[in-house]
Structure formats: structure tokens, C-alpha cells
Design a protein around this ligand. Structure first.
Ligand SMILES: [Zn+2]
Length: 232
């Protein structure tokens, strides 16, 4: 069974959001590796809306954090496990005032007080270790001061910017996953989870091919997938 990374589509027809303080304060940066080992993600996820669009996608991306509407969350929770609905809080610069009149020059954006569907973060509860003997995951930093380990993974499917030689336009060129490479996780470690994180890679939200098929069948907006590995 294949594993996919659930990813931002970078579709700017949908409203984009940014992140505000969502970590516990740590004791500062490690002098050796400059990471902040004692900071820990806390809930809620605090976001603000960017100007550009007032169209809410089924998926909204705050870096690698995945935010979805209540309808999508309930649909996923009814079928899959490995995650729960994390609260999302919205803030807005107090200097921002909704325009009295909407003109052609008014930049659309989602305004607070928020009147859209309730949003939730996909809060991963299942974290599994990749099978490091099979996976193409390399340790690139093993800090002797704070113990932080950073890993790099090679051979995943990806999209790179390329230029159409005829029209001159930029487009995303697909680079397929390298055969036999990627992230391998053991079925027994997953314990039935279909949406999960890998302990070596803090950011990505991974899923099985059933989750990908479910999301694609329902045509949820502003989400895409790349193939990153296998369940073994
Ligand atoms: Zn360190």
C-alpha cells in the first residue's frame, strides 16, 4: 500500500492564512544547532487571513499544518483514524477595518468576525518511526548539545518549476518517485492509522492511498498529493 504526503496546492484563488504563536516558549535557541528543542506545538492553532481571496477552500494551509472544514473533518473521522480535530483560533490586526464600500480596487479577504464554516486542524495522534533500514532517510544533523536530530529524505515524487519552451510560461513539472526509494513504515506500527506523522520528519502529514482516493473522489478543493513511500 502506497503512502502519500498531503500537500498545499498553492492555489491562490483560495484564501491564504498565516500563523501566529502556536508554540510553548522554550529556553531559547540551542547554541550549537540553532534549533529550539524545548518548544512544543500547543493548541489551538492560531491563524490570520491574508488579503487576496475570500474564497475558503476545503483545505487551508498554514505551512505544513493542515486546516479543513468541519464537513471534511467529519467525513474523514467517520472513515479513518490517526488524527483528531484540533481547534483553530483566528486573529486579525486590530488596525484592519472592513471597507465601507467594496470597489474593484478592494482586495478580497476573509474578515473577522468570521462567518464561514467551522475550521479544524488535522491534529496527528499517530506518530510512527520509519523503517530506517528500508527508507532513504538520512540523518543530516545529530546535535551533541541538545539531542535534536534532523533527517533528509530522498527519492520522493515532487514538482519542480519548469518553463514551457513554446509559451515561456512556468509550470510544475512532475518528477516521479525513485523506484524503491522513500519512506517505508511497518503496517503493525501504524495500528490501523490512515493519517499519521513519521517521527523522523516533524512537518509532513502522511496518508494511505485510501485517504487520497477518498479526498479525490469527493473533489475537496485546495489539496494535492505526492507519492512518498509504502506501508510494508
Ligand atoms: Zn542543538
Amino acid at each position: 500500500m502506497k503512502i502519500f504526503d498531503i500537500l498545499d496546492r498553492f492555489d491562490y484563488t483560495f484564501a491564504q492564512a498565516g500563523l501566529r504563536g502556536t508554540w510553548e516558549e522554550g529556553s531559547g535557541l540551542c547554541p550549537e544547532c540553532k534549533s529550539s528543542p524545548s518548544t512544543k506545538r500547543v493548541r489551538p492553532l492560531v491563524i490570520y487571513w491574508e488579503p487576496g481571496s475570500d474564497t475558503l477552500g476545503d483545505f487551508t494551509w498554514i505551512g505544513t499544518y493542515v486546516v479543513i472544514t468541519e464537513v471534511v473533518m467529519n467525513a474523514l473521522l467517520s472513515r479513518f483514524s490517526g488524527f483528531e480535530a484540533g481547534p483553530v483560533e483566528m486573529i486579525q490586526d486590530p488596525k484592519l477595518r472592513p471597507p465601507k464600500r467594496i470597489t474593484k480596487r478592494t482586495k478580497p479577504r476573509i474578515w473577522l468576525p468570521y462567518a464561514g464554516p467551522t475550521l479544524y486542524e488535522v491534529w496527528k495522534t499517530s506518530w510512527v518511526s520509519a523503517d530506517l533500514a528500508r527508507s532513504t532517510i538520512d540523518l543530516v544533523n545529530d546535535c551533541t548539545t541538545c539531542g535534536t536530530k534532523d533527517y533528509r529524505v530522498e527519492g520522493l515524487e515532487k514538482y519542480v518549476p519548469a518553463r514551457d519552451l513554446r509559451t515561456g510560461e512556468l509550470f510544475p513539472r512532475r518528477i516521479p518517485r525513485v523506484s524503491g526509494a522513500g519512506i517505508f513504515v511497518r503496517d503493525r506500527d501504524l495500528g490501523g492509522a490512515s493519517i499519521f506523522g513519521v517521527t523522523q520528519l516533524r512537518g509532513p502529514t502522511l496518508c494511505t492511498e485510501q485517504v487520497k482516493a477518498f479526498i479525490e473522489e469527493r473533489q475537496y478543493t485546495n489539496v494535492t498529493f505526492v507519492e512518498v513511500g509504502d506501508v510494508i
